[in-house]
Design a protein around this ligand. Sequence first.
Ligand SMILES: Cc1cc2nc3c(=O)[nH]c(=O)nc-3n(C[C@H](O)[C@H](O)[C@H](O)COP(=O)(O)O)c2cc1C
Length: 221
Amino acid sequence: MPLPTIPYRPPRLPEDEMRRRGGDFLAEMDRRRSVRMFSTDPVPRDLVELAVRTASTAPSGAHMQPWTFVISGKPEVKRRIRLAAEEEERINYQGGRLPAHWRAALEPLGTDWHKPYLETVPWIVVLFEQRYRVGADGVRRHHYYVKESVGIAAGLFLAAIHHMGLATLTHTPSPMAFLTGLLRRPENERPMCLFPIGYPAADCMVPDLARKPLSEVMVEV
Ligand SMILES: Cc1cc2nc3c(=O)[nH]c(=O)nc-3n(C[C@H](O)[C@H](O)[C@H](O)COP(=O)(O)O)c2cc1C
């Protein structure tokens, strides 16, 4: 049965105002950087909640909203995540699990297997994708376009964190399966990425990278 409908009447803005808003938003988003050096200063929980609520406004296939944001500020949870993530990353970087082309691609970023920030940041948010759901009747139901939907939610989460003046890193300590057991998530959930949340450290440095120009990312046909 179709849902009832409600009016949707966002204000129609003058083009100059649209241009100004678009330009301001671009400038703000262009200032976002992935941070790997965090301050230990506390971050109020409600700010993390605001970012999760923003992410959860994302569109999703058949409106299934197939995401779970697991948040923790508990020192013992963060420590366990750090240790497990470092173990996987140590095998990647030192144990030869990363293929040569991947190592070469990471080289300019200067990353290695050490992830001390996972323990010292005030919050860790792990984004899980729900591959399917189990109804109250125990019946398994489909989710649609799960990766696309969760990817869009992740983007909105990043934007919300940045907009509030916080910093994060899109972190994928691959393989991430350890997070399912460690965070006691159900069978239908798979970790997609992990976000340490905090303020950048006072001496935070980031790679001096450039973003592709419009001519390389847009094609008009
Ligand atoms: C899907 C995805 C996975 C990533 N995984 C990692 C990671 O495991 N470790 C890391 O240090 N950075 C990771 N990054 C961050 C990228 O290295 C970073 O976004 C890129 O270098 C561009 O820098 P910027 O975010 O500051 O613009 C990841 C980014 C994405 C989108």
